[in-house]
Design a binder for this molecule. Sequence first.
Ligand code: ADP
Ligand code: ADP
Length: 226
Amino acid sequence: TVAISCQQVSKTYETRNGPVNALSPCDLEISPGEFVVLLGPSGCGKTTLLRMIGRLHDHTSGSLDLTPVEAGETTTGFVFQQANLMPWMTVEENVALPLRLKKQPKATRMETARDLCSRVGLENFTKSWPRELSGGMQQRVSIARALADDPQLLLMDEPFGALDALTRTRMNSELERLWMASGATVVLVTHSITEAIMLADRIVVMSARPGRIVSETRVPFPRPRG
Ligand code: ADP
Ligand code: ADP
């Protein structure tokens, strides 16, 4: 698990039409193991902030620190709006991919992958091809893949945006269960108020033009972990 500290972090994209101020300087402290939801309308800088936390984008100013509680480097899992599965790999091979990139032996990584598949309810689809699965099932594969190397930090950008309402509700409960079983710090981007209220320890509300944090609300019912 990992602590996140953003101090006066801002982002300006340089484009052909000049600079775009995506995020005004903002402060955000996230505790180890906390589940934080970034909520706000399109264009308020949610994706930008999430990507800077994940080091997919540099920040323009301020300081942004990730402090792992355990020794060693911070491992981060990403889930995007699209599942982005490898179409030529089976479900279990997709889930095992991060471990394959870490050169884990095949037998161990496939065992981990099959275990993760059952944790997201796909135990009967481990040998299926991504195209044989529904959108919700593909997104579950991408969540299992993000969890494969036991990340200390899980960053999710509207992971359920493309799903129907029922699948989305089920995925929310599944995600909460997986989070409670892991020690990971989670930052989730959504523009669903319902999703934010269901999942968050803390809701960070953002607003556009210019992108900024306007409020933070702690959800008053702490959940048991472990
Ligand atoms: P959100 O995720 O809340 O919809 P984004 O972080 O995607 O917001 O975008 C914030 C602002 O930054 C928007 O005005 C968007 O157009 C702009 N923006 C995002 N990514 C880029 C980029 N790669 N280049 C230029 N402008 C960008
Ligand atoms: P979101 O689903 O978060 O609203 P968008 O559809 O706004 O995302 O953006 C999708 C991708 O396009 C992102 O990678 C974002 O960084 C990039 N992007 C968004 N706005 C711009 C822009 N004005 N110029 C260039 N890239 C952009």
